[in-house]
Write a protein that binds this ligand. Structure first.
Ligand code: NIG
Ligand code: FE
Length: 431
């Protein structure tokens, strides 16, 4: 087999090899570790990965092939971040300070802050401004190891602005090396000007916006913020069924705030691709979720950003057979977190996932949670050569180092990604 890239001298390689589909139960801890390994790729795809001598025997290096010496380090698949709202204007650090002092998220939202604040800010800014503000954030996510990133609209909240958000995401996808997965989140909130006719808002979303989004082919998923104070179970179901009818995949923000509201059970019933948050899921809904193909995307950085000590019941989920994945939820409100590395630390210390389980949840299962399971999340022949060379020798070091990326080198589709310091900084400063 011809290869144009060889990564050799890998001390520990997490291949994540194994059957297709999200992992559950005891399989969640199977990172497919190989000691003394190598990996070969051709045209951006993995062609061989495993014990170094076996890989060498299998491949023929093309003239001019790139050879990387991993120096005995740990190599893993790139992180997949299947839930972010990284397209926005200004930050909302003022709200974080209020939450730390005890004001609840819903109270801040009810007084005009929260999603509403980001909606008016988004609508006022030009395309160029939004792109310039979002780029360094996305680059930081990549620098921290995220090679596939799901990105939601949801700060436009009218047809024109939501289509603009999805177009901006498409343009960012073209100018960044990572794979961006676009999600339509017109059902993120009811905007202030539509509060009096919410029924008409939901009608329009189903009958006009979704067909327009589907026709333009600029979103792969439709998401809904399902909470009694935002979109009810009935409204969420209606929106998601319309989306499915138009060929979109389904995601849902579920059981984040109102205890046991039932969004996760709805996701399971609809066989949605993912149900996300699940901080306060009813214990009685775990079996339905486990019996479905829906992946539970856990967002422990959101609890941190909400200044809360309540986390999703991850151990109970794993015990019940729910497929769990991890994401940052990067957004200007509840979770200003660009780092999957920090999410791994929280997943272990707060959710009590084992380090290997956390890695599988942040790569293989995360890829299945955003429709990229066939392309990313593991280092097996045929998948994209998205990989991280860590400044670490053992996968247990990943969550152990807290708040600091152990990621030394990032390769996407076999190409090494480097950003300058200034490309990673927020410039212009959002005000
Ligand atoms: O996932 N829950 C809804 N959406 C985001 C928050 C967005 C915001 O506050 O701007 C979340 O936490
Ligand atoms: Fe979210």
């Amino acid at each position: 087999m011809k290869a144009d890239l060889l990564v050799g001298n890998i001390g520990q390689l997490a291949t994540l090899r194994g059957p297709a589909g999200p992992r559950r139960g005891p399989d969640l801890a199977d990172a497919g570790l190989v000691a003394g390994a190598a990996l070969a790729a051709a045209a951006g795809r993995v062609v061989a990965a495993g014990p170094a001598d076996a890989v060498r025997r299998q491949v023929d290096l093309a003239a001019g092939a790139r050879v990387i010496d991993a120096g005995g380090a740990l190599v893993t698949p790139g992180y997949v971040d299947p839930h972010t709202h990284a397209l926005f204007g200004r930050y909302r650090a003022d709200e974080y300070a209020l939450r730390v002092a005890g004001t609840p998220y819903v109270e801040i939202a009810a007084s005009g802050g929260g999603i509403h604040a980001s909606v008016s800010d988004f609508r006022e800014r030009s395309d160029g401004e939004i792109a310039a503000l979002s780029l360094p954030r996305l680059r930081r996510m990549i620098r921290n190891g995220s090679t596939t990133i799901e990105l939601k609209s949801g700060y436009g909240l009218n047809l024109e602005q939501e289509l603009r958000a999805l177009r901006l995401i498409r343009d960012l996808d073209g100018s960044l090396p990572a794979t961006l997965v676009p999600t339509f989140l017109g059902a993120h909130e009811i905007p202030a000007e539509r509060r009096e006719d919410r029924e008409a808002y939901v009608d329009e979303l189903c009958d006009v916006w979704l067909p327009a989004v589907a026709k333009q082919g600029i979103a792969r998923f439709c998401d809904v913020f399902c909470e009694p104070t935002v979109f009810t179970l009935d409204e969420s179901e209606r929106i998601l069924r319309s989306a499915r009818g138009l060929g979109l995949g389904l995601k849902i923000h579920a059981d984040e705030i109102a205890p046991g509201y039932g969004g996760a059970a709805l996701a399971a019933r609809l066989e949605a691709t993912s149900a996300e948050h699940l901080i306060v899921i009813a214990e009685g809904d775990l079996d339905a979720l486990a019996a479905s193909g829906t992946v539970a995307v856990l967002l422990p950085a959101t609890s941190l950003g909400l200044a809360s000590t309540t986390f999703a019941p991850a151990r109970k989920m794993v015990a019940a057979g729910v497929a769990v994945a991890l994401a940052t939820d990067f957004n200007p409100g509840s979770a200003c977190c660009e780092s999957m590395g920090l999410v791994l630390s929280l997943a272990c210390s707060a959710l009590r996932l084992d380090p290997a389980e956390a890695l599988v949840a942040a790569t293989h299962n995360a890829a299945w949670a955003c429709g990229e399971g066939e392309q990313a999340g593991s280092l097996v022949p045929g998948k994209r050569a998205d990989l991280l060379v860590h400044d670490a020798a053992d996968l247990r070091e990943l969550p152990y180092h807290m708040g600091f990326a152990s990621v030394d080198r990032v390769l996407i589709a076999g190409r090494e990604i480097c950003f300058t310091e200034s490309e990673l900084r927020d410039r212009p400063r959002p005000v």
